[in-house]
Design a protein around this ligand. Structure first.
Ligand code: SF4
Ligand code: SF4
Length: 472
């Protein structure tokens, strides 16, 4: 692997003429980023690794033999830590997504494209793929030269190793993704023996190919041409939003000078080395001002800071600031837009938490057996047959007592107490028996009830009807 110092330009000189000439030609076709280290790249490492590890490890984690996260489409249940969401809870899931969107809006208004630069999967996976590329093909200049070289065994070996690394990462990513929908401990052996369900195999392949193409080839094009967030982020920006910006007042007029040399009276701090452009994953020049292609990764800040340190000038020519250049500092007052997003976020999170905490842990539905209105029973009584669905939405098992309201003299035939494991739904077939002569109408409204053991209040109610034969 090449070190950063191999990769850094000599400040007083420029990159080899051959590479410079290739630079301008190649930049239009393919972006060859130069590797850089610095303060913000360390922060990106600290944010990227936990997220990556979390993504890879979470499908493997179970508590009490229950996966902490599993979007079980077959059983139509979403397990998210202690929470089990059912199809009827999809509105809660939708609400959660709206909250996430508002959180993103609030963060963007205050800190700009923090999500894109530090936490977006596209950014993290592209960084992993770039690392593999640099590991096998070398520094930026070496990669440009390698691509220009005629075919050779060395070139074939380097390219093969790079693509093998990419394929491996893409496969791990694809399998892990499907592992959020199908238990991963059974998925992997099933995939290896080609006995997994067609859907699981197709989505593993699809997601692996998408990862390979997105992080290996599409890279910045996903951010600049596909991602809708890049297009409307400017709507969320205000004068106080933190963006990566070049300080034009300090940097211009740009021009080369010797290391540690006093700059001329009409000379800015920018030495026009273009390192900030060469490290940029989207291939833009931050000195041209705020552009929608900028994902806020701060690579150009680290690059320029390293140059300023070598030149003996203060760091921060390119920096996080609000507005055009670091001479414009953020106002200590929170902008009305940020305040609005923040307030909306707090209200929505409160409503969501309230809904979740007061959510009924039992759900009950009742349906009559439509094939027969009633069944004659001994002693001139009649039975009606029902099918109840009782869902225990809690994560632990509970005993429930089934009852009926609306008829004083009837009774349930059979067991009225059921135990349901956490996150499970039980189907109960039961008969309700009553004396038809005591019923005024042919059809009487009744309600099935469910009471949790140890509780005195009814947890769930399901309406139904009791039908008797006509009496002459
Ligand atoms: S301009 Fe700077 S912050 Fe923006 S994408 Fe390029 S390197 Fe990253
Ligand atoms: S802004 Fe900094 S890194 Fe970019 S060209 Fe000027 S001196 Fe070089």
């Amino acid at each position: 692997m090449t070190s950063q110092h191999d990769d850094l330009i000599a400040i007083d000189a420029v990159a080899p003429a051959e590479v410079c000439e290739l630079d301008s030609r190649r930049r239009r076709e393919k972006i060859y980023t130069r590797r850089i280290e610095g303060r913000y790249q360390r922060i990106r490492l600290y944010t990227g690794w936990p997220l990556l590890m979390g993504y890879l490890i979470l499908p493997w984690v179970s508590i009490n033999q229950r996966p902490v996260i599993l979007f079980d489409l077959a059983d139509r249940k979403f397990h998210i830590f202690n929470l089990t969401l059912w199809p009827q809870d999809l509105v809660l899931l939708g609400f959660l997504l709206i909250i996430a969107a508002f959180a993103l809006f609030a963060v963007t208004t205050i800190w700009g494209r923090l999500w894109c630069g530090y936490t977006c999967p596209q950014t993290i996976w592209t960084a992993i793929f770039m690392y593999i590329e640099q590991r096998f093909e070398g520094s930026r200049n070496q990669r440009i030269k390698l691509d220009m070289e005629p075919p050779s065994w060395t070139k074939l070996r380097k390219k093969t190793l790079k693509h093998a690394g990419w394929v491996l990462v893409a496969l791990v990513t694809g399998i892990t993704f499907v592992g959020y929908f199908v238990p991963i401990r059974s998925l992997i052996p099933d995939l290896l023996t080609l006995s997994a369900a067609n859907g699981a195999m197709a989505f593993t392949l699809l997601f692996s190919v998408a990862t390979y193409l997105n992080a290996g080839y599409m890279r910045e094009k996903v951010c600049t041409q596909l991602c809708p967030y890049a297009r409307f982020q400017s709507v969320m920006f205000d004068q106080n939003t933190l963006v990566v910006a070049y300080d034009t007042h300090r940097g211009e007029p740009r021009g080369s000078r010797k290391r540690f040399a006093q700059r001329g009276e009409h000379q800015g701090d920018c030495i026009d080395c273009e390192l900030c452009v060469q490290v940029c994953p989207t291939g833009i020049d931050i000195r041209n001002g705020l552009q929608y292609e900028c994902i806020g990764c701060a690579l150009c800040i680290d690059a320029c800071d390293s140059i300023m340190a070598k030149m003996g000038s203060p760091k921060g020519l390119v920096s996080y600031s609000s507005g055009e250049g670091s001479s414009r500092r953020r106002s200590p007052v929170i902008s009305p837009k940020a305040l609005g997003y923040g307030t909306a976020l707090v209200i929505m999170m409160t409503v969501f938490a309230g809904t979740l905490l007061t959510r009924n842990i039992v759900e009950l539905t009742a349906s009559r057996d439509r094939s027969q209105l009633y069944v004659p029973a001994p002693g001139e009584l009649v039975d009606n047959i029902y099918e109840l669905h009782i869902t225990n939405r809690d994560h632990s098992a509970h005993r429930f007592e089934i009852g009926v309201q609306g008829l004083d003299h009837g009774s349930i035939i059979g067991n009225t107490t059921v135990t349901i494991p956490g996150g499970e739904m039980l189907e109960v077939d039961l008969r309700y028996r009553a004396n038809p002569r005591l019923l005024r109408d042919v059809g009487t409204d009744i309600e099935f009830t469910v009471i949790m053991e140890g509780s005195s209040t009814v947890q769930a109610v399901a309406p139904s009807r009791f039908i008797r034969p006509s009496i002459n």
